[in-house]
Design a protein around this ligand. Structure first.
Ligand code: ADP
Ligand code: MG
Length: 290
């Protein structure tokens, strides 16, 4: 079934090298740092690919390369079967309008001096496209789609809670009806209950509009809730990838197993506290919320 659909995005052994300065004694030298090494994966339309791995493993660099904010050093990148590895000019602008980002911290990624209406319509204005139905109505409709009050279009980001601000970030991302939304740790800074609501929103938007997501998170419990396909990254490489259930239930790579061991599990005989007093709840490890 899965292979019948042409991939929206496909990478073929992408590599990314950065020039970095290394100091030894009094001598500073430029050396190559390999941030990505032969990254191959694909995202199909309407599907969520989870990208997991510890900090510094190359997740954000992968995201920036596939959105062509960075140019790959080696390998090839295809968007809707078109080779965009070294695309420039109007091709690059066309691709970038198809790919939108939601970042971890909504308050630093939303302009504090702009109203919600200006924020949500900015991607269209930037692309020189008319705002359908007028800016106010357009922004209000989008606020509604992300579960916020459409009358709040004149407010500023600081007038919202973290979860609400992240919804505004999502509204901005989907305003141009992209085919791919990259969520780079988009729910990582939110409280667990707010996190669940934002995840539900993202899933609902995917069902309704068919967005594909590249969903980056270091929290595997979160990825398990959203991803159809999971890529596990370590030190610039994808060490294992597969269907969500295969990765979580039968991890092959030792690194994946280590990551999974850090996720608290709910045993199958778990009884919710308060339902039956005689069965003590097992000691539960708390997830790091930072
Ligand atoms: P992650 O998102 O998984 O935490 P990143 O993709 O941000 O990891 O970073 C991967 C590695 O590449 C890190 O060691 C980081 O320091 C390095 N890196 C990222 N961007 C640059 C850059 N512009 N110049 C030099 N090194 C970079
Ligand atoms: Mg990152």
């Amino acid at each position: 079934m899965a292979d019948a659909v042409a991939p929206l995005l496909r990478t073929e052994e992408i590599g990314k090298t950065f020039k970095v300065q290394r100091r030894h004694r009094l001598v500073t030298r430029n050396v190559d740092f390999v941030a990505l090494d032969k990254i191959s994966f694909q995202v199909r339309p309407g599907e969520t690919v989870g990208l997991v791995g510890e900090s510094g493993s190359g997740k954000s660099t992968t995201a920036r390369v596939v959105a062509r904010l960075l140019e790959p050093s080696t390998g090839r990148l295809f968007f809707q079967e078109e080779d965009i590895t070294h695309a420039t000019g109007s091709t690059l602008r066309r691709i970038r309008s198809q790919v939108q980002f939601v970042f971890q911290d909504p308050f630093s990624s939303l302009n504090p001096r702009h109203t919600v209406q200006q924020i949500i319509t900015a991607p269209l204005v930037y692309q020189g496209r008319p705002v359908p139905g007028g800016a106010r109505k357009f922004a209000g409709d989008l606020l509604e789609q992300v579960g916020l009050d459409p009358d709040h279009v004149d407010r500023y980001p600081h007038q919202f809670s973290g979860g609400q601000a992240q919804r505004i970030g999502i509204a901005r991302a989907i305003a141009v009806r992209p085919s791919l939304v990259i969520c780079d740790e988009a729910v990582s800074a939110l409280d667990v209950s707010v996190q669940a609501q934002v995840i539900e929103l993202l899933r609902g938007l995917q069902r309704e509009y068919g967005f594909a997501y590249l969903f980056i998170a270091h929290d595997l419990a979160v990825v398990r809730q959203v991803a159809h396909w999971v890529c596990v990254m370590s030190e610039g490489r994808i060490v294992e990838q597969g269907h969500r259930d295969a990765i979580f239930d039968h991890p092959q790579h030792p690194y994946t197993r280590t990551l999974l061991e850090a996720v608290p599990r709910i045993p199958s005989d778990w009884v919710l506290p308060g339902r039956s007093g005689h069965h003590p709840a097992p000691a539960q490890k708390h997830e790091g919320e930072g």
